[in-house]
Design a protein around this ligand. Structure first.
Ligand code: AHG
Ligand code: MN
Ligand code: MN
Length: 335
């Protein structure tokens, strides 16, 4: 049987090679602990009666699940352990959570979606957690929420946990993408997916097709051409998937390629799309780019979008490079 490296062995080796700081090692270990705790709560959620809806909504007006709130508390508690973390930005919390009064340049900002795909909880389908880390570029005299509006291109770490049949933890610190699986028994994350890659070509795409009447002409054209299969301009058959859990879709793409789309459409244009830039689109964009894929809004690279608000939403096209390039070219043609 292959001997798998533990997450700790991997992190310490990366630190030794100068690929991450000792503070980042501690932070990632604390995030991994958060994910282990959340996985346990999800698996036992039915016994604790916590799979349902909370009596609250988040700032985005979405009804929260009890586990959205619980997972947020777990992340807040554990991310605060690392003394270099200056602020947390959570999908579930309206304001930026400042942990320092006078943050310094180089301090970490952690963005996270504590539970992604939470509408899947009570039907026992995969959900996940997503996180992203950037460094503050300058000392702050006073804390100001505008200081967290940093482009995705500046991320120094991103990852997600997928709570599926097994719990996976996928990580990048800008030196490729590596995946770990939580081993039931000793509780460790062991490396099971080293150096994950997304091939340039695919015959699989994911989009919520119930929104088809709201799509813009470019998305309509792209999907119609895929559905036309071997008889159409693409000259090949396409398969379609929709889990309604971005973490599960991105994980599938990292394992076997594909394209994930949640475009801005006439139904979500007022908010700029559905998925959030800082804690959904940016971390997943960074991971997919590090694996050789692409991440675009249709108007440019997601990681180059200058954030204007910490709960900002954005159009998302992410996955195998040839498909993202093709849709981008359709948007250019349409201009
Ligand atoms: P969240 O549960 O964090 O609010 O995110 C759900 C997101 C994403 O995971 C998924 O791709 C998408 O919303 C599902 O949207 P539909 O409900 O339109 O299928
Ligand atoms: Mn989400
Ligand atoms: Mn969420």
């Amino acid at each position: 049987m292959t001997a798998h490296h533990t997450l700790r062995q991997f992190l310490l080796s990366e630190e030794k090679q100068g690929k991450m700081s000792s503070d980042m090692v501690l932070l990632i270990e604390d995030i991994a602990t958060s994910c282990r705790i959340i996985a346990h709560k999800i698996r036992n959620g039915a016994f604790m009666d916590i799979l349902g809806t909370a009596d609250t909504s988040n700032v985005q007006g979405e009804t929260q699940k009890q586990l959205d709130v619980i997972a947020d508390e777990v992340f807040q508690e554990h991310c605060a352990n690392c003394s270099r973390v200056a602020a947390l930005v959570s999908e579930e919390i309206d304001e930026v959570i400042w942990l320092k009064d006078k943050p310094k340049a180089g301090d970490y900002l952690v963005y996270y979606d504590p539970l992604d795909g939470s509408s899947n909880l009570n039907v026992n389908i995969s959900v996940g957690s997503i996180f992203s880390v950037v460094e503050l570029e300058e000392d702050l005299v006073d804390v100001a929420d505008a200081a967290v509006l940093i482009k995705g291109a500046k991320q120094i770490c991103a990852g997600y946990a997928l709570y599926g049949p097994s719990t996976s933890l996928i990580l990048t610190t800008g030196h490729g993408v590596n995946g770990f699986t939580h081993k039931i028994g000793n509780g460790e994350f062991l490396m099971t997916f080293p150096d994950m890659k997304v091939g340039p070509a695919t015959q699989e795409f994911a989009i919520n097709a119930s929104r088809a009447r709201k799509w813009d002409p470019v998305i309509k054209r792209y999907v119609e051409e895929c559905l036309d299969g071997t008889d159409g301009p693409r000259g090949k058959s396409f398969n379609m998937r929709w889990v309604a859990s971005m973490v599960a879709e991105i994980h599938r793409i990292l394992i076997r390629g594909g394209l994930f789309m949640y475009p801005m459409d006439s139904g979500n244009a007022k908010t700029g799309g559905k998925l959030r830039l800082l804690y959904e689109a940016n971390p997943m964009g960074f991971i997919i780019e590090q694996a050789g894929g692409k991440a675009s809004t249709g108007q440019g690279r997601i990681l180059d979008v200058q954030p204007t608000g910490h709960h900002q939403r954005v159009s998302v096209l992410i996955g195998s490079a040839e498909e993202v390039d093709l849709i981008d070219s359709y948007y250019r043609d349409a201009q």
